[in-house]
Design a protein around this ligand. Structure first.
Ligand code: NDP
Length: 328
């Protein structure tokens, strides 16, 4: 089959493309400009015409994906801004929501062979900031961030702006499908990963031009005093594999699925580095007793997709090796 991957030049998306090609799928990737497709074509040159790149310059325009969806069997929608620099929340909300609804609308009108659409959502659409430690599941929705953005607009926190964009986009996908399910032959799956770490195979000009989550990990290892904080994490190869399994497992249809290897303290990343690592060590062990306010139950990902997560030691070793190779 052939799979459309939107935002194919992104950190996660290139790994999705690679996993799909390795499993025998043909892939059509969308990028915003021809320039951004060049590196991709080089990376996947050995796959010949099983990999193609098409330009979708502005995902917020009506009909932007009309051509791109033609002839594909499935869609992996990953294109969405992930940064904490937006002044106006619309910078994030518009492309997140319009991009999602737009690709679904194109699939409804022109995606006659599409059987499944996978939305790369986030735990940002699941969590809310709790007053006491909480374990979140797929039943939870981040209405808190949406409310904060509605009430405070530009004064909302940067985290709330991003989280609201992911919540509204995922909700729009479910709403769209429930409204049009009688007319379409496809179902929807939402995957909800936390911070994604791992080796980088997309085009990055320097360590300071990394995608947001990779930058966070790089800072933890290279910037003094940065090993403070916590969250949940997953290896980029695991979320990429989940995107492929999400197409293959019939039972995944109609499900949101949290894709998380677990909660961690930033210090845990430093502690997981091989002894030979030349990077800063922080305060070894300081993260071990942290009480994580936010945890995710990822049992459904194991049950429905059979995922077997990388350990933090594996992810850190492979990421450090990648930096070394890049001369960072
Ligand atoms: P990247 O920043 O590496 O990739 C983002 C992709 O989306 C790029 O292809 C980018 O294109 C495209 N994009 C961003 N803004 C726009 C826009 N306004 N219009 C069109 N395309 C746009 O991020 P990730 O790979 O980390 O993220 C991919 C997806 O995964 C996103 O949906 C993100 O929310 C989600 N996610 C990421 C997590 C993480 O920790 N990395 C965690 C949870 C979810 P261009 O290069 O042209 O800017």
């Amino acid at each position: 089959g052939k799979v459309l991957v939107s935002g194919a030049n992104g950190f996660i998306a290139v790994w999705v493309v690679r996993s799909l090609l390795e499993q025998g799928y043909s892939v059509r990737g969308t990028v915003r400009s021809a320039d951004k497709g060049k590196h991709l074509k080089e990376v996947f040159a050995s796959y010949g015409d099983k990999f193609e790149v098409v330009e979708v310059p502005d995902i917020t325009l009506e009909g932007a994906f009309d051509e791109a969806v033609k002839g594909v069997d499935a869609i992996e929608h990953t294109a969405s801004p992930f940064h904490f620099k937006a002044e106006d929340p619309a910078e994030l909300l518009e492309p997140a929501v319009k991009g999602t609804v737009g690709i679904l609308e194109s699939a409804r009108k022109h995606g006659t062979s599409v059987k499944r659409v996978i939305i790369t959502s986030s735990v940002a659409a699941v969590l809310s900031v709790p007053s006491s430690p909480q374990v979140f599941t797929e039943a939870d929705w981040n209405d808190q961030a949406v409310k904060e953005v509605e009430e405070k607009g530009r004064e909302a926190s940067n985290a709330a702006k991003y989280r609201a964009s992911k919540t509204l986009a995922e909700r729009a996908a479910w709403d769209f499908h429930s409204k049009h399910k009688a007319e379409v032959a496809w179902d929807v799956v939402a995957l909800n990963p936390p911070m994604v770490f791992g080796p980088i195979i997309h085009e990055v000009s320097s360590p300071h031009a990394q995608n947001t989550s990779s930058q966070t990990m790089y800072d933890v290892f290279t910037k003094e005093g940065s090993a403070v904080g916590s969250g949940s994490w997953v290896d980029v190869r695991d979320i990429a594999l989940a995107q492929v399994l999400g197409l293959q497992k019939e039972e995944a249809g109609g499900e949101r699925i949290i894709i998380s290897a677990g909660a961690f303290s930033f210090q845990d990343l430093l502690d997981a580095a091989p002894p030979s690592s030349k990077h800063q060590k922080g305060t070894p062990g300081a993260g071990k007793d942290a009480v994580h306010q936010i945890r995710f139950n990822a049992e459904k990902s194991v049950r429905l997709l059979g995922l077997n997560y990388h350990t933090m030691a594996e992810t850190v070793a492979d990421t450090l090796e990648d930096w070394e190779k890049k001369g960072w």
